[in-house]
Design a protein around this ligand. Structure first.
Ligand SMILES: Nc1ncnc2c1ncn2[C@@H]1O[C@H](COP(=O)(O)OP(=O)(O)OP(=O)(O)O)[C@@H](O)[C@H]1O
Ligand SMILES: [Mg+2]
Length: 282
């Protein structure tokens, strides 16, 4: 795995520097990305209540895809379909397909635990384990018996999560003693340590202060060099800054628009999306 997320200079045209993402992302010069995730006619019900209405969407590999929309429109529900976290909700029922590299994650022969190793998740509230910083990052690797050169793997993950310099001298201290923003970067390090293909993030910065938020935003832009990132955010400026593609869900669980982020924000097809983006309704 390359280590170009640690802030070293690089000749790569899209190597992300410290302010990557803040100037908006530019798809123009990059080759077309292949589709890594595709939902087809995906509907989700909680008991009688339908939370997502027949969603078709193709999510490109190694890009940042943002999901925006008012509260209750189904953003978290969609995210949880991708790595079958909805399995953990008794009343949830999924219809249709969610293809990951062409294979339906809901097929009988898919092991959800193995799936979640390839599709990691970061939540709104940073949730480090009550363990040392080192053990948090090593956790998934140890579960996989993937402990050869463990120190190096832990260091790499912390570097990619832009946390190494702040914690390298205190790796045996508890993850819970870090600041909120550091805890969230620790959770990102924990998620990427096992080298997943996709990282799902549900409002990863909404519990953080502006400085920590901006660090997370920079990090997400850099992560897309190696991973596919799907992020739910309430913050439209954040979606505009860091994503390549934006999906707009509206009340009732309808996907109303899905396109390049610039297009969605500058010239949306749907009047309802325009109203939502310009704040006419929320
Ligand atoms: N565990 C659950 N049991 C029953 N209904 C649920 C459950 N989780 C979500 N819902 C319902 O499904 C719909 C979509 O919820 P979801 O959490 O996906 O929305 P969201 O877009 O993530 O909202 P928010 O921005 O507030 O996080 C809502 O009507 C919600 O009440
Ligand atoms: Mg949500």
């Amino acid at each position: 795995m390359s280590n170009n997320m640690s802030g070293e200079a690089s000749d790569e045209p899209y190597a992300a520097g410290p302010t990557a993402g803040l100037e908006g992302r530019d798809l123009e010069d990059r080759p077309e990305a292949r589709t890594i995730l595709e939902s087809r006619d995906l509907s989700v019900f909680y008991g009688e209540e339908q939370a997502l209405q027949s969603i078709d969407m193709e999510i490109p590999e190694k890009r940042v895809t943002a999901m925006i929309g008012p509260s209750g429109c189904g953003k978290s529900t969609y995210l949880r379909c991708i790595n079958r976290m909805n399995d953990l909700i008794d009343v949830a029922r999924v219809e249709g397909e969610m293809l990951f590299n062409g294979k339906d994650v809901y097929d009988d022969d898919v092991d959800p635990v193995a799936l979640r190793r390839r599709i990691g998740m970061v939540f709104q509230q940073p949730n480090p384990f009550p363990k040392s910083i080192y053990d948090n990052v090593a956790y998934g690797l140890r579960l996989q018996d993937n402990t050869e050169n463990l120190d190096e793997k832990v260091e790499n993950a912390l570097k990619k999560a832009a946390l190494w310099d702040e914690v390298k001298d205190r790796l045996d201290e508890s993850g819970l003693d870090l600041s909120g923003g550091q805890q969230q970067r620790l959770c990102i390090a924990r998620a990427i340590a096992v080298d997943p293909e996709v990282v799902l993030m549900d409002e990863p910065a909404s519990a953080l202060d502006p400085v920590a938020t901006s660090q997370i935003e920079d990090l997400i832009a850099e992560m897309a060099e190696e991973y596919t990132v799907v992020i739910v955010t309430h913050n439209m400026q954040q979606a505009a800054r860091i994503s390549d593609k934006t999906a707009v869900f509206l009340t009732g669980g309808e996907l109303v628009e899905f396109d390049d982020t610039d297009k969605v924000f500058e010239n949306p097809e749907s009047d309802r999306v325009e109203d939502y983006i310009t704040g006419k309704f929320g």
